[in-house]
Design a protein around this ligand. Sequence first.
Ligand code: NG1
Ligand code: MG
Length: 516
Amino acid sequence: MAVPTATSLKDIYTDDALEAQTKRWEYFLTTFKSEYGQQANFVSRSPGRVNLIGEHIDYSLYEVLPMAVEVDIILAVAVQPSSGSLKIRISNVDSEKFEKREFEVPDDGDITIDATSLEWSNYFKSGLRAGLQLLQKKGSKSELPSMDILVDGTVPSGGGLSSSAAFVCASALAVLKACGEENVDKKELVELAVVSERAVGVNSGGMDQSASVFGQRGSALYVSFKPTLSATPIPVPTTDPEITFVVAQSFVAADKHTSGPVCYNLRVVETSLAAVFLAKIFRLKELPKDSAPLGVSLRSFHDAYFEKHEGIEDNTKTSAEELHSQLQQLSQLVEDYLVQEEGYTRDQISEILGTSVDDLNERYTSTFPVRAERFMLRQRAMHVFNEAIRVHQFKGLLSEPPSGEGAANASLQKALGALMNETQDSCRDVYDCSCPELDELCRIARSAGSYGSRLTGAGWGGCTVHLVPKDKVEAVKAAWETKYYRARWPDISEERLKEAIVVSKPSSGSVVFKVT
Ligand code: NG1
Ligand code: MG
């Protein structure tokens, strides 16, 4: 499936947003012209995303259910015939915060990215790398031209809506278009953007890029990573009272890049170790290398376990009910066999794996160092299996909504909300990725009428998502305003408050806009 081309903003945004977007794009394209003295050839666009359910399980290769949101990153591009060296000039509409950059691309296309500095243009470079790799993979003869680029973003950075993935995907798309590629395959784009973003960020899974590229207006996305990446649109019912997802920022900056005990990369290590540890306990053969960040995942353990015990050779063909039951069995195995509540030391894990601590460190903690005395294998594996069950249940409910309006629809929303609440409990108590502020936003929302409230994204700060019946949205907003935002920041500006809470509908994904 190829990334579509749009010729009108109507193809991209909903009617409600059209007026504001038209103004934004006019300003954007005029700014491009005054900055570079010519008109842009095209604009590439990729949106942010909010995850509805399936938290911290993408890198264990379990299905997740995000949706694209309307906020996005856009890149206007003019290609320049290159005379000798290849130059990229990139500036940002918010030029105070993001200074203009200029760099050359070496002949071999090997762009260096200094991931130790938090530099905004790194995300473009990461997209550039993904784009060039895709061309190389396809054996394409097209050559990269020099590019003049202007960027504008409405996805708050560090706010849990995945501005980074939106930026990397829009950049890779811009590069491919600049090279003259007509049909950019969505799946190929996502796969390379995922790997490429790992070079500038954390050892993440593939949910964000999938949601950004595959987003579809009116639908959430059921994203699978096995046997290969795919995204199935799941329409969100619009019967009355309409399901409304509200996103609220905590304004706590989550620092995913630290190496401390509360960090993303440590969770990646813990879940990978849980997989190999369980495989050893159950005497499975060595788990095959998969597309998870460290090459091994709980999903691979899952499949290997049922291959050995039930002779299932291709578990991706198993029915939803059967998978549900498998996941319940696995959750029970964790309960019974990964018994150390206090976690496992490197010595204990190495002993079970039959390897040395040095080898263990080399294999699992050398790309992204983590500081931890103990690895909480029991808790992490437990969360992953139970969260994977909730994703299946959520999808099941959305796929077969009750016919009719009113009470039947309200009970669907309550059931969906209950699953989201369970996710929040598990993130807080078992996966340890919430924080007091996120918990508080959820509590306030629920007591003002939200059916389901939870953190979304990595957690430890960032964003929350809530399923709120339409007639309760104002009450929930008002409760946050007085009990959270104004209580914490009495002088908070109206602008900041507006930024804090966003009502989001499932929106369209990546697109190339032809400038005429
Ligand atoms: P955020 O924190 O929203 O960027 C991160 C990962 C996702 C996923 C979630 C947790 C990155 C780039 N993305 O999302 O892949 O693992 O956490 O579900 O780190
Ligand atoms: Mg991100």
